[in-house]
Structures are given as C-alpha cells and as structure tokens.
Design a binder for this molecule. Structure first.
Ligand code: ADP
Ligand code: MG
Length: 649
C-alpha cells in the first residue's frame, strides 16, 4: 500500500515554482509587476545570457523594511490582500504572494532594499529559498533584486530552456508588454550591457508605443476611446491599410495586465471584417478597464488569462469601440512624397504619430451598437421598391438603376442614377429597425438620432469641386486647401459592397436572354452546385448540365454579363476553399467578388455626373474609406505638401 506523506515546504515551493516560473521572462514579469505595485517611477531590467545567469530589476519604489524583506520570500507572503473578501477588489498586479518564494526556490538571489526615508537599507542573500546572509546595507531608496543561475538546482527544468537568444527575446517581449501597460513608469531594458528599450514614463500611451513598438507602427494608428456601461476601452489600433502578416502586434491589457484572450482577438478582428485582406491581421494596443468584480484573473497562475463575467459585453465593447474609431477616422492617407532635396525635414504636422485632430472621434460602444444595427437591419425593401431605391444608399440616389442594366454590356459606364439630389431624399431618411438580441436601452432603440450620427451633414452647396480625372482612374477633387485623389474602382466597389450587404432580401438578379454556359473546374462545379441555394441569394441561378458543365440563367442585376463567368469562377473557388467558414463571412466573401466584378474599372470612361455622384458619396459617407480588401479609396495632397515640393514654404 502506498504511504502518504506531506511534502516538505521546499518541495512544495519547487512545484509551485513550476507554475509561476517557467523561464527568465516569467521572472522578469513578476519582478516588474512588483516594482510597479511598489509605486516605482523608474524601473530598469538588465539581463545577461538571456536572463539565465543574471537578471536584475532595479526600482525606485517604496522599498521594504528589514523584516518585511525576509517575509516577502515566504510562500503566501503578500502585503496586497489579507482575507478572502479582498480577492474581489484587487487593484495591484500581484496578490498571490507566491512569486518571490517561487523564484527564490530555483535560483540564487541578492536583494537590496530601502524604504523611502529610512536611514539604512537591507541586504539579503538567498540560495534555493534559504536565507544565507542578512544585514544592513547602504543603498538607494527602492529595491534591487538580482536573480542568478535560474534553475541551477532543477536540472530537469533547465533542459526546457531554449537558446540564450530565444530566452532573451522572450524577456524583451515581457518588458515591452509591461512598458505598454504602464506608460506612467519609465522602463528601461538592457541586454548584455546594451540598451534595447527605454520609455519616458510620461503617462502617454502613445509615447510608450513609439518607444516600444517603433516609429513605423506608431504612425499607422487610430485612437480608440469608448465606453460601454462600466467597461472602458482605450488605446490604438492599426489602420486597415497598415495591417500585419501575423498577430504579434496585438497587445491587450485588462485591468493593467497583459492578457491573451481569444475573445478579445476575435472582437478586434471582427471590427476589421471586410476592410482587410485575408491573411492580414490588425495590430493594436488596447486597454480594457473593467471593474474587478466583473472578471476573474486568478484562473492562471501567471495571470495571463482572464475570465469575464459577461463575455458578450466585453466582445461588443471591443468590436464596436474599434469599428467606431475606424469609421470615424478620416480614411484619407496623405500622399507620401519625398522631401525635395535641400528642404528642411518635414514638419511633424503630417507625420506626427496620428495627428491630434484625428483623436476622440470614436463613437462609444452604445452609440455604435445602435448605429451598426441600423446599417445591418436597415430598411427592408420589397424587390419592387428596391428597384426604385436600393436600400442602404443613405446619401444619394442608387448607383445604378436596374432599368439600365441591360445597357451595361455595351456601355460599361458607372450608372449613378444621376437624378437631382432631391430624389435621393427618400431613401436617405434613416429608418429605425428592430435590433437583434440587444438588451440595453441604448441599443434596443436605435433612434434616428443614432443613425444620424453616422452621416456628416451635407452642405447644400458642396464644399468641393471635381477638377478632373487622371489616367481614367483617379478622380481629382479640390476641397478646402487640399486635393483629394479618389480611386474610382475602389470607391465604387465599396459602395456596391455596402449596398449588397445591407440588403436583407436576396440580391436582385437579371434574367439572361440566352443561358450562359460557364466553364468551371470539376471540383468548383460541384462546390457551386452544392451551394446553389446560397448563390441564388446572391443573384445567380445556375443549372447543372452534367460533366462539370454549368449554365447561368440569372445573374446579379449589378453585374455585366461579360463579367459573369469570371465572377462565378471566383465564387466557386471561394466556396471550395471556404467550406468550413461561417456563413456570414462566406457570404461577405461572395459579395466582395460581385462588387469587385460589378464596379466600374480603372481605365473606363466615367461621365461627369457619375463622377460627381461618386465623389459626393465618398465625401459624405463614413463607411466608404477602404475597398473591401483594405485598399484606401481616397488620399489627400495638402497645400503644405505642395508648397514644400515647390519650395514655397
Ligand atoms: P505578491 O506580489 O503576489 O504580493 P510577491 O511574492 O511577488 O507576492 O511579493 C511579496 C511581497 O513582497 C509583496 O506583497 C510586497 O509587499 C513585497 N515586494 C516584492 N517586491 C517588492 C518591491 N520591488 N518593492 C517593494 N516591495 C516588494
Ligand atoms: Mg508579485
């Protein structure tokens, strides 16, 4: 029979250490958090050999009295909570009282600490958690902890360590995250004597981002600032045009702690849907403030995972907060020009990290929910009514009246309906619509007011004028002291996409006079036929002719017959590829393709009235900033930039 015996405290510490201390990065994280909890204004982290042989954290925080310094290394020794009740309202980063004990049990430690105002400091030396030396010492106010020879007494753990370089960059990542979530603390990081990072500690998240993630990243950001009941979200996200190839630039902080969370990631990415190419990822530094009682950080010993009481609220706060910020930010990147030779360096006006005027323009989550609901669930036209006034065209006449779609084959011009502005007034009126599964008062009554916020007031006389069109591709517009260049294909594509997407009914189709045979690969043909019902909602009616041959009987009204085959080929390829995608994103993908194929092409001639209408929509609607793939619709060239080029300023 097995003999049961209680583990010695040392063995228990070693086991606990396995949870808290995985590698040098975890030591750095715990010590940095302690320094921040101690109220430090400056913290320096230094490592040698990836932090395996030497890791020192120096802070100017509150320090520890001699007795406390020793107690701090006992297991479950913490100054941060006293009883179970305190657990519900933790505001410090640490509270489990395990970190120092755990780190000490697997390393050799030197501690120097002096509380503010105390005459002398304390020095302690520990090995494997046992105090070897203690005594008074002269040292600056604050605390310095040196951790040497990590895992020297646990060879089994040592085996799991990667190269010094890999461990060192993990420590760097840890310091980066702490620097990002504590812009109020000046944080420095030195690796083998070389400074790798240094933040000013001026309390500005933007400065911390600039110093931590680099200038290029800091330039491509949009500020997010929103609130949903008791949840507050602030931070920065990348513009849809400045996405990354992976998620390495996604930083989330909850209650001042870096966290990993699938929920937050998917809420973020949801906000970029249809504005970003597949395979690209937004970057962000987003801080969520949430009352401690609405979450549980204690689920993971390293506290990198969180559990939220109401996931739905958190998801919506992030999704709509980010979406609101993206939609509210002028999506008109400035033209990138090289400074003329001999010119003074460009004034930061144009290149300063996200000019201040772009800030504070986001709707809060409540407003955005209401706004999004009116877009999504907007007026549901009957197919007949829709023929006269396609639903979502909130600011203008329909881009194309179906009556003219037959002409499309011969005259592939952008049909903007070109009616007088008055005619546009009818579909223009925002219609409040029922909102699905919204429980809050603000969201359950999406008011005209809320929908109205989505539109910029349109002056009677436009404050812009179309100067012309360059290269049959770019519309040139003068507005104020700026020139705007509008990519007409990207703009039209986005407008069509929004219109298709907002229509709740099936997409209108046109019957082809003669059925159109379409050549698809065998697999594509099967995928298309399997999804015939879905394709029908998108305006395609197809028939199996056997042996991979398919004929089209109807195609979307927007689509030129000459584009139909290509469109169906792309759709079939997407269906084949996206079999496991969720239906909403699959449908969005199909609509992209249709919008892209139906949109006016670069190089095509566009009539002046059509140009005007396109420009009017681009300048008045907030949802027309990027084509569905994330390319910008409009860029600006300012008077200042021109003056610089001509050396007038
Ligand atoms: P926790 O942070 O969970 O309380 P730790 O083991 O990390 O547990 O630290 C134990 C205690 O030691 C802390 O509660 C704090 O009182 C003290 N302490 C640790 N590091 C510092 C520091 N850098 N400055 C001042 N006090 C510290
Ligand atoms: Mg701690």
């Amino acid at each position: 029979m097995a003999v049961i015996h209680q583990l010695s405290p040392h063995v228990a510490d070693l086991i606990a250490a396995g949870e808290v201390v995985e590698r040098p990065g975890s030591v750095a994280k715990e010590l940095l958090e302690n320094a921040v909890d101690a109220g430090a204004k400056r913290v320096t982290v230094e490592i040698q050999n990836g932090g395996m042989t030497f890791l020192r954290v120096t802070d100017d925080g509150c320090g520890m009295a001699p007795d406390d310094a020793e107690t701090a290394f006992l297991r479950h020794a913490t100054s941060k909570i006293r009883d179970a009740g305190d657990l519900a309202s933790i505001t410090t980063l640490g509270f489990r009282g395990e970190a120092l004990a755990a780190i000490a049990s697997v390393s050799r430690i030197d501690l120097l600490t002096r509380p503010a105002g105390a005459e002398a400091g304390t020095s302690l030396r520990l090995e494997a958690g046992v105090v070897l030396e203690r005594g008074p010492a002269g040292c600056p106010e604050g605390t310095t902890i040196i951790v040497r020879d990590l895992f020297y007494n646990t060879p089994a753990r040592m085996k799991f360590m990667r190269s010094d370089a890999a461990e060192g960059s993990n420590v760097f990542a840890v310091v980066q995250r702490q620097a990002l979530c504590h812009p109020e603390v000046a944080i420095r990081f030195l690796k083998d004597g070389q400074e790798q990072l240094s933040t000013p500690g001026d309390g500005q998240l933007q400065s911390a981002i600039y110093c931590t993630l680099g200038r290029q990243f800091a330039l491509d950001l949009v500020e997010v600032e929103s609130r949903w009941e008791r949840l507050k979200l602030h931070g920065f996200v990348t513009k849809p045009t400045a996405t990354r190839g992976n998620r390495a630039y996604q930083h989330f902080f909850v209650g001042g702690r870096p966290v990993r969370s699938k929920l937050l990631t998917s809420a973020l990415e949801e906000a970029y849907r249809n504005q970003m190419m597949t395979g690209r990822f937004p970057g962000c530094v987003l801080c969520l403030d949430i009352p401690p009682e609405l979450m549980d950080v204690n689920v993971h010993p390293a506290k990198t995972e969180v559990k939220f009481l109401s996931e739905r609220d958190v998801f919506d706060t992030v999704r709509y907060g980010v979406l609101g910020a993206l939609n509210r930010t002028p999506g008109r990147p400035e033209m990138q020009l090289k400074a003329p030779p001999g010119a003074p360096p460009a004034q930061s006006g144009s290149t300063a990290p996200a000019a201040k005027k772009d800030f504070y323009q986001s709707m809060d989550a409540a407003q955005f929910r209401a706004f999004a609901a009116t877009l999504r669930d907007g007026p549901k036209p009957s197919p007949q009514a829709a023929r006269r006034a396609p639903a979502p065209d909130r600011n203008g006449p329909p881009l194309q009246s179906p009556a003219r779609s037959e002409n499309l084959l011969r005259s592939p011009v952008l049909d903007l309906g070109a009616g007088p502005v008055k005619e546009a007034a009818a579909p223009d009126t925002p219609v409040s619509a029922p909102v699905k599964a919204q429980k809050t008062p603000a969201a359950s009554a999406p008011s005209e007011e809320a929908a109205g916020q989505a539109r910029l007031p349109m002056p009677e006389v436009p404050d812009w004028r179309v100067i012309g069109e360059a290269l049959d591709t770019y519309l040139i517009v003068e507005q104020g002291r700026e020139l705007l260049f509008i990519d007409k294909h990207a703009a039209h594509e986005r407008i069509l996409f929004e219109r298709l997407r907002a229509s709740q009914e099936d997409i209108m189709s046109q019957v082809l006079l003669a059925p159109l045979p379409v050549h698809l690969g065998r697999e594509e043909a099967v995928a298309a036929l399997e999804n015939a019902a879905l394709l029908e909602t998108c305006g395609f009616e197809l028939q199996d002719f056997g042996g991979g041959a398919i004929v089209l009987r109807r195609i979307p009204a927007e689509l030129d017959e000459s584009q139909a085959e290509l469109a169906l080929q792309e759709l079939a390829a997407q269906l084949l590829e996206g079999r496991h995608k969720d239906p909403a994103s699959l449908r969005d993908g199909l609509l992209h393709t249709i919008a892209c194929k139906a949109a006016i092409k670069a190089g095509w001639h566009t009539e002046p009235l059509e140009r005007d209408d396109l420009v009017r929509q681009v300048l008045s609607r907030e949802d027309i900033k990027y084509c569905p793939h994330g390319r910008p619709v409009c860029i600006t060239l300012t008077e200042k930039q021109l003056e610089r080029q001509f050396k007038r300023s």
